[in-house]
Design a binder for this molecule. Structure first.
Ligand code: PGA
Length: 242
């Protein structure tokens, strides 16, 4: 829940400057608050970044339309220029009490709307301290794979204790959890394990992105705070080339 139209205009101009014609090897996506989707979409197009940057929503409702005041559907996100949507972000699980079951339904709703779902999973600090980190992450992933193994477009491992705290997981710890995720995917199919990007999120910055992305099972990042500074985000994008 960041930004304004003024912020977006300045941000996209600065991002275009920071990328300076650089064409990333991977895919770059921005997930603004939904009220800013069309403004951001227009700014990205007019800055000549349309081929480089895709857009996504931060959450969606399970229904395509109806009497659900305050909600937004996948179909509406698509209509506003989104190609992707985050599902199961820890802040949705925490503040909107979204369960594994609802998260799986939302992945289904994203697919119905033609959006690519990026599933967010990750343990809390208390769960890690109780030695339950693997169990929680596997449970969150399995709940969606059981229903939509073929539909997921990306998974983001985000330990809740690392989100917005400045406490980034070490590359070793993140890699260990990504390997767990990869194993769960491999149990379903080798194609899924090899093809599905698994991103790390939680205090990713320009200064730590390269070492995180250098790990064998970390395919990229889901960036919160640092993405709000265009020069920092451009540095993270460039770190994908490792
Ligand atoms: P952070 O946020 O990069 O600020 O830790 C990550 C997120 O909100 O997904």
């Amino acid at each position: 829940m960041h930004g304004s139209r003024k912020f977006i205009a300045e941000y996209v101009e600065a991002l275009a400057g920071g990328l300076d014609g650089y064409r990333p090897a991977g895919q770059v996506l921005l997930f603004p608050a939904f009220g800013h989707l069309s403004v951001l979409s227009e700014a990205v197009q007019s800055a000549g970044l349309g081929a480089v940057i895709g857009l996504g929503g931060q959450t969606l409702h399970t229904e395509p339309s109806g009497a659900f005041t305050g909600e937004i559907s996948g179909e509406m996100l698509a209509d506003l220029g989104a190609g992707w949507v985050l599902v199961g972000h820890s802040e949705r699980r925490q503040y909107a009490a979204e369960t594994d079951e609802l998260t799986a339904q939302k992945v289904g709703a994203a697919l119905r709307a033609g959006l690519k779902p990026m599933l967010c999973i990750g343990e809390t600090e208390a769960e890690r301290e109780a030695g339950r980190a693997r169990e929680v992450v596997v449970r969150q992933l399995e709940a969606v794979l059981a229903e939509h193994a073929d539909g997921l477009a990306a998974v983001a491992y985000e330990p809740v204790w690392a989100i917005g705290t400045g406490r980034t997981a070490t590359p070793d710890l993140a890699q260990e959890m990504h390997a767990v995720i990869r194993d769960v995917l491999r149990e379903r199919s080798h194609a899924l394990a090899d093809g599905l990007p698994v991103l790390y999120g939680g205090s990713v910055k320009g200064g730590n992105a390269r070492s995180l992305f250098g790990e064998p099972d970390i395919d990229g990042g889901l960036v919160g705070g640092a993405s709000l500074q265009a020069d920092e985000f451009a540095e993270i994008v460039r770190a994908l080339e490792v």
